[in-house]
Write a protein that binds this ligand. Structure first.
Ligand SMILES: C[S@@+](CC[C@H](N)C(=O)[O-])C[C@H]1O[C@@H](n2cnc3c(N)ncnc32)[C@H](O)[C@@H]1O
Length: 525
């Protein structure tokens, strides 16, 4: 008997001859694009490792072609481990020749339509390793009677409905569940568009509700080493088990299946809320933003805190606000100036008010004076004192629609002081503050609002906030004063644009550490 390497060489030659004997249009009609051998090897290797060690293998490929996966499996597992192997191939052009090539092996190849075959009724006759590169036949190339048949069988075998715009591959994948033994493993090489488009919602629902999705690897079109048909492909790995509670799915991107460029674990709970799975792993964005050196602007929108127009009038202590009966809806907690802020981490009470000895509040109100006068006479009287003291005529106040209505500046989890002077206490002139409260800040601070990639990391793992803050604190005074301006007497100031240009490698490193496997993994599972 020929060895498996010889047979793979024969198969590749056969594949070339059979492909060459068909026109592109004919191959398109039945989605006849073979899996490159290196990719088949990686998919098989990854799928086999998901099976219990040394378990017997019952293999099925529902769209067999010449048998790229079967050939790879024969080369990777011992003949005693591979107990049964079955394939379906609708086209005798490929099927007949594949049958004679693999005849001497254990393969049972059906030259028939997989979607018309009846799945085994007993679990013992089912398959624990299904690997398939199904035909990518788009829905508009399926006849109405084909579609009707597919809907019917999917309903019969899996009690499930696909979206009417789904391509043949969606039905192949879902139908294969009926052929899988409990806890069996599957690997599917399919177009990645289902991750983002409307028709894909049903398939995603099937993957999340009816199977245990383990991993999705997407190739980077810019570095694709396969032919055009595979450019926007993804490889899915799943287990035939109803998911119990929330689990995590590995999303990897770029490189190869075995060595992805980037990878991230996403919880299935989170996954249900993400409309476009192609945005995953989120590290793709970070990777792109990182470029030749990350800057704070890659991770944060930076804004100067509020210019109130007159802090002594608009910023009140809790006691003064109570004395003037300012209604609570017109009061927002605000941080004291850095001089009065002794710790760099601000804790908050249940209402988001900073746990500081001196609690300060900012007055801002969007109601017209006439309404304030009618509804809140005490507050109105306080505003009148501002008018007679000339506050309403100050430049900033006079240029507002309502002189007492402040700009919107929501609280931010990170702040940086706007001015600083190196002291014996801290060599870095600027301080980074971690803010757990809902207090806003005046223009003695710069406010750092997380961009989506950072916000996403924080949302999924609240610990990330602290680690990002710690990373910010490692930014040295020298790095910052390179960007900021120095005034006489050693006083430093840094504007939002200058802070945005400061290197943020430390932050990038928190978001993109290298896992001990050597592949990139974000830590925020
Ligand atoms: C994308 S190719 C993959 C072939 C091979 N497994 C590989 O990976 O190289 C899909 C194969 O499925 C076959 N096919 C298409 N429709 C089918 C059906 N309804 N039942 C069984 N096979 C089908 C095609 O003829 C083609 O050989």
């Amino acid at each position: 008997m020929r060895n498996t390497m010889d047979r793979e060489e024969m198969r590749l030659k056969l594949q070339m001859d059979l492909d060459a004997a068909k026109t592109q249009a004919e191959r398109n009609r039945l989605g006849q694009f073979a899996t490159p051998p290196s990719l088949a090897d990686e998919i098989v290797q990854t799928a086999v490792t998901l099976l219990p060690k040394r378990s017997k293998i019952h293999f099925l490929d529902p769209g067999f072609g010449t048998g790229a996966f079967y050939s790879s499996l024969l080369r990777q597992v011992s003949p005693t481990r591979l107990q049964t192997a079955r394939g379906f191939e609708i086209d005798p052009h490929y099927g007949d020749r594949a049958k004679s090539l693999w005849g001497p092996t254990a393969l049972n190849l059906d030259l028939s339509d997989f979607t018309k075959a009846t799945p085994p009724t007993h679990d013992t006759d089912k398959f624990n390793l299904v690997i398939c590169n199904p035909p990518y036949v788009r829905h508009h190339h399926l006849t109405p009677s084909q579609k009707q048949h597919l809907r019917l069988v999917l309903n019969k075998h899996c009690t499930f409905d696909m979206n009417g715009l789904s391509g043949l591959y969606c039905y192949f994948l879902a139908l294969s569940k009926a052929w899988m033994s409990p806890d069996g493993v599957a690997a599917w090489l399919i177009p990645s568009e289902f991750m983002d488009v409307n028709y894909g919602l049903k398939l995603k629902q099937f993957l999340l509700d009816r199977l245990t999705l383990l991993r999705i690897h997407r190739f980077d079109p810019a570095e694709i080493q396969f032919d055009d048909a595979l450019v926007s492909s993804a490889v899915l790995f799943f287990r035939n088990a109803i998911p119990r509670g929330s689990a995590t799915v590995q999303f990897s991107y770029g490189g190869t299946v075995l060595e992805p460029k980037t990878s991230d674990l996403i919880s299935t709970t989170h996954l249900r809320d993400i409309a476009k799975w192609s945005a995953l792993p989120a590290t793709i964005r970070l990777e792109a933003e990182r470029g030749d050196g990350a800057r704070l602007a890659d991770f944060f929108t930076i804004k100067r805190g509020l210019a109130t127009g007159c802090n002594s009038f608009f910023v009140l202590t809790k006691e003064d606000a109570a004395k003037h009966a300012i209604p609570p809806q017109f009061l927002t907690p605000i941080l004291p100036s850095p001089r009065d802020l002794h710790a760099d981490e601000i804790e908050a009470d249940r209402n988001g008010i900073p746990n500081l000895a001196k609690k300060l509040f900012l007055i801002s109100c969007g109601l017209p004076e006439s309404e304030i006068k009618a509804k809140y006479p005490a507050f109105y009287r306080y505003l009148e004192t501002g008018k007679s003291a000339g506050v309403s005529r100050r430049y900033l106040c006079a240029h507002r629609d309502l002189w007492y209505c402040q700009e919107k500046r929501p609280s931010s989890p990170f702040l940086c002081t706007y001015m600083g002077r190196p002291s014996s206490k801290s060599v870095a002139p600027f301080r980074f503050i971690l803010n757990h409260s809902r207090a806003t800040a005046a223009n003695v601070y710069l406010m750092l609002y997380p961009k989506p990639a950072v916000a996403d990391a924080i949302e999924r793992n609240p610990d990330a906030t602290k680690r990002i803050w710690q990373a910010l604190r490692t930014i040295t005074g020298a790095m910052m004063t390179d960007e900021g301006r120095i005034y006489g007497g050693g006083l430093h100031k840094i504007e939002p644009k200058e802070l945005a240009r400061v290197s943020a490698q430390a932050v990038a490193d928190v978001l993109l550490p290298y896992g001990n496997t050597g592949q990139r993994q974000t830590v925020f599972a």
